[in-house]
Design a protein. Sequence first.
Length: 309
Amino acid sequence: MKAVELKRQIDERDELIQLLTRQLEQAAEQLDRLQRSGGVSGRSPASLPTEFARQQEAIGQDVAYLVTQWENSQLAGAVGRIELQLEELRDLLVQAKLSPGKENCLDEQREATLLAKLQQAMHFSEQEIPEEELEEDPALISDGRSIAGREELSPHATLPPLPQELDLEHAHPQQLCDAVRDRDLFIAKLVDQYRHLHQTARLSSPVDWQELNQAPAELRARLEQLETQLQEQLRINEVSMSLERARLSREATQLELARMQLQKELKKHGLNGDMLRGNDAVPPMAQETGSPEKQRSQKWLSMLRIKET
């Protein structure tokens, strides 16, 4: 699988990005025409043109289909990344078994290599988690934020920068994995931007509920049309929630694999494996004046972003 499968996934995501970008540009053009014709203004129009509603429904169906196909392809990508991680971890264990008599005395160079390879396999970084990731609420991403709390998206808003092109023939496997991840994030941004633009195109003034009892047939037809549009928007939001759950599941699997492997390595090298059970397992004094063995343990904890108090 490896490089060939990663190249295939990159090609699929590039094609999906082109389709989503084209759909987003079409939606922006339609919104621009609607605003210039007075369709989105302070007064609620009696009804939208039938052709415009039909085009919006067709675009929504196309985007929902593309997102569903992208979500289905995520499973193969996640399995591929897990296989790569397992292969690298297996190689590390084989290399460790080829050096008898050094289980309790691992030299600094070998330990640094082991940390680097495990960190690279699990896509971790010793840097702190960005504040945006800590403060981002998945529920807000899936449900769609209120228009008042978000920045206004104009029809001429610039699209996010396209992912950097990659030489698939000479790229390293790690670069291929990074390229797949970057394209996944770009697709998620396009879907979110299209959803917000789709909501903006449907804006109207607040409804006077006192007048609905005497509403004419034309207004009732308009309300039925809005109900259909809301149901379609709900379906798109459910797809976004499914994408978010899949992402969280992948991250949880990576964390669990790293924790299990780390426990094995700590046992193998005679380190204290109880430190993984919580932040209170290591007293503050041990961090300041710890032995080399404890310092090595703290490197593993730092790599897994387990903070000590």
